[in-house]
Design a protein around this ligand. Structure first.
Ligand code: HEC
Length: 177
């Protein structure tokens, strides 16, 4: 009996120790700024949401015009997501995805899957673009999948937001569910 209680005591102590040592998840910064260092191993370490897609309609039949090189039938599009701090869950009250959420669309050549371009949305936080697209920064990626240009002002982002606005009810994202 004494052994039982001793063992039980040890087990409780061990559990307490494990709990105390459990790593706490990192806290998202007030303003998350993503760059090339975040764009490493996207295909292997991010979550693939949708794709590869070919053709002139979005995955859900949405309007695409000529954006994202959809008229280039030699290319396909795949969308990935990642957040290094929290799970990507829409806040029930604000209807927004959390700060630190990164969405990347990689455009690849169909014949050999080489990346030839892409686009990115990053949930910045703070009051970034508060009046326009709720904190998303819009970025074009280069042929090597790195940051090529950022559309930070409301007017610069207008071309992207004009279309993504049709998904305002899903915090401007087509692919996130
Ligand atoms: C003509 C409409 C249109 C325009 C303009 C547009 N997008 Fe998109 N975008 C879409 C659709 C539709 C999708 C869904 C995925 C697909 O079908 O390729 C999408 C998907 C994305 C995604 C993947 C995440 C998601 O919401 O699905 C990113 C990132 C993205 N767009 C960034 C941009 C950026 C940056 C710009 C401006 C430079 C831009 N988009 C302009 C229609 C558009």
């Amino acid at each position: 009996m004494k052994t039982f209680f001793t063992n039980l005591g040890s087990a409780v102590a061990l559990a307490a120790l494990m709990f105390a040592c459990a790593p706490t998840p990192p806290t998202p910064p007030a303003d998350f700024i993503a760059g090339d260092s975040n764009l490493v191993n996207v295909a292997s370490s991010w979550t693939r949401i949708v794709g590869p897609l070919v053709g002139t309609a979005g995955a859900d039949g949405s309007f695409l015009g000529a954006a994202h090189r959809v008229t280039d039938t030699t290319a396909h599009r795949t969308v990935y997501s990642r957040n290094n701090f929290v799970s990507i869950t829409k806040n029930a009250t604000s209807g927004r995805y959390p700060i630190g959420t990164m969405l990347v669309k990689l455009i690849r050549r169909r014949t050999d899957s080489t990346v030839i371009g892409g686009a990115m949305m990053v949930k910045r936080g703070g009051d970034f673009a508060a009046a326009n697209a709720t904190g998303w920064e819009w970025i074009n990626l280069s042929a090597s999948g790195q940051v090529a240009s950022r559309f930070r002002s409301d007017s610069a982002a207008a071309a992207c937001v004009g279309c993504h606005r049709t998904r305002m009810s899903n915090d401007y994202s087509f692919s996130l569910k």
